[in-house]
Ligand binder design. Structure first.
Ligand SMILES: *Cc1c(COP(=O)(O)O)cnc(C)c1O
Length: 445
């Protein structure tokens, strides 16, 4: 399979699309054509790895990674992604829990898959690959965890100093080895600008091979289709109805994966996007005007996106507002509604929700009984509430127990360097910042 740029005719193989992240013309890679499946093609696929193998095999056609797909998939889906029934009065609803991975957020799936693919592609390369990630919190931790200890690959995580939560900071700075954490003296935008400056710098690119692991990389998007395929098949087999989904949405990667999965023929009903106060997507669907702007800070901070980059993929693949209106809905949720929902989910139903998942929960609870009964609903849970304990614990009046994986991470020592947001400071760190062990350093001349 070939991948084409959203901005023109440039095409790339899967391997090149994974390695470069972004197309040379500044566009994002999308599959040249989507495979279409009949539901019976999944008849003998029960586990998530088996579903992933059927679903993703066409994308690996002609890739050098094709013979290694099984290994990639069992590495990626090494933690459970369960559907948990919600206690509801009308109809039936489930929570799709995407937060049982190493850093307790759904980004572990995309980061794990990308790391498995790049780790294998890198085996035959003579120069180490340096992966840059600017992060406002969640992405950097997932990427660092996924690439931790991989030979021939180094990761530089750039985060705004003093502007991430204490637990997020630990998840960014606890790695060492082939992962370098840089606290940039500035904002998230400064981190992102620095990454762009590095990727564009000719002299640095002569000496190093860089790529970026943020959600523009197609390797983050493809594996996310798997849990939608697997969960929709499970519900369809049980009820004969196509489940509908409510997805907490920021940069639109997770929701786009859902749209692609339905397009490939999987039994998916309605697609409903829940955004926080950053309402550029709901406004676009309503008015037909695309008006990106600066992001607004909210309690669901991993969804604070004023200019979702995957919109470009969505419009090229599915059309403009007129067409999109017939395929999806989007609802914006305020911080007050998020707080109210976290309190109510806990007091009435006995479970704690993270602020992101709460946006989808608000949209579900806002429906009337008729609408809830009309569909088999799946509310997508994107992070574990213990990741956002500073918001959640005061609202529920008690502690949220830490999942084991998160506890292990939080107990590790923290190590990072603070730098000014400029190329000179960054380059110095590339030379002197890594604390590499012998095995990694040997491949790193
Ligand atoms: C990144 C993130 C989101 C938003 O996902 P997109 O793919 O960017 O729309 C939602 N919830 C959590 C917890 C996240 O980390």
């Amino acid at each position: 399979m070939k991948f084409t740029s959203t901005r023109g005719g440039e095409t790339a193989s899967l391997d090149d699309a994974l390695l470069s992240g972004i197309a040379g013309d500044g566009g994002l890679f999308i599959p040249e054509s989507l495979p279409r499946f009949g539901i019976d093609e999944f008849d003998s696929a029960a586990s998530i790895v088996e579903v992933a193998r059927v679903l993703l095999t066409p994308f690996f056609d002609q890739s050098t990674l094709a013979p290694e797909l099984d290994g990639i998939l069992s590495e990626t889906f090494c933690f459970p992604i369960p559907l948990v029934e919600l206690p509801v009065v009308a109809g039936r609803a489930h929570l799709l829990e995407l937060f049982h991975g190493p850093t307790a957020a759904f980004k572990d799936v995309g980061a794990g898959f990308l790391a498995s693919c790049l780790g294998r592609l890198q085996k035959s390369a003579d120069k180490p690959l340096t992966i840059l990630v600017a992060t406002s919190g969640d992405t950097g931790g997932a990427v660092a965890a996924a690439f931790d200890g991989r030979t021939g690959i180094r990761v530089v995580v750039l985060f705004p100093e003093g502007r991430v939560s204490a637990r997020q900071a630990r998840q960014l700075t606890c790695w060492g080895g082939n992962v370098l954490a840089l606290a940039v003296q500035g904002s998230f935008d400064d981190c992102q600008a620095l990454v762009k400056a590095v990727l564009a710098d000719k002299s640095l690119n002569k000496r190093y091979r860089f790529t970026s692991a943020n959600s523009i990389n197609i390797g983050r998007l493809l594996p996310q289709c798997t849990y939608y395929a697997h969960s929709s098949l499970a519900r369809y087999r049980e009820t004969g109805r196509m489940p509908s989904y409510i997805v907490p949405t920021g940069n639109l990667g997770n929701a786009l994966a859902l749209m692609l999965t339905r397009q490939m023929g999987l039994p998916i009903g309605e697609v409903v996007l829940a955004t926080n106060a950053n309402r550029v997507i709901p406004d676009f669907l309503r008015d037909g005007r695309w008006a990106p702007g600066p992001s607004i800070p909210t309690l669901a901070s991993a969804m604070d996106v004023g200019d979702p980059s995957n919109m470009e993929r969505l419009r090229v693949s599915f059309g403009e507002a007129v067409e999109l209106r017939g395929m999806m809905r989007a609802v914006s949720v305020s911080d007050e509604q998020i707080e109210q929902q976290i309190r109510e989910d806990y007091s009435r139903y006995g479970f704690a929700t993270c602020p992101h998942t709460a946006t989808a929960s608000v949209v579900y609870r806002q429906m009337d009984d008729h609408e809830r009964r009309a569909q088999d609903w799946i509310v997508v849970a994107t992070a574990h509430p213990a990741k956002f304990e500073q918001t959640v614990e005061p609202l529920i009046g008690g502690p949220v127990p830490l999942p084991e994986s998160l506890r292990a991470i939080l107990e590790r020592p923290s190590r990072y360097h603070s730098i000014a947001p400029d190329l000179g400071a960054f380059e110095g760190m590339l030379h002197h910042g890594f604390h590499l062990d012998v095995a990694t350093a040997a491949g790193d001349k």
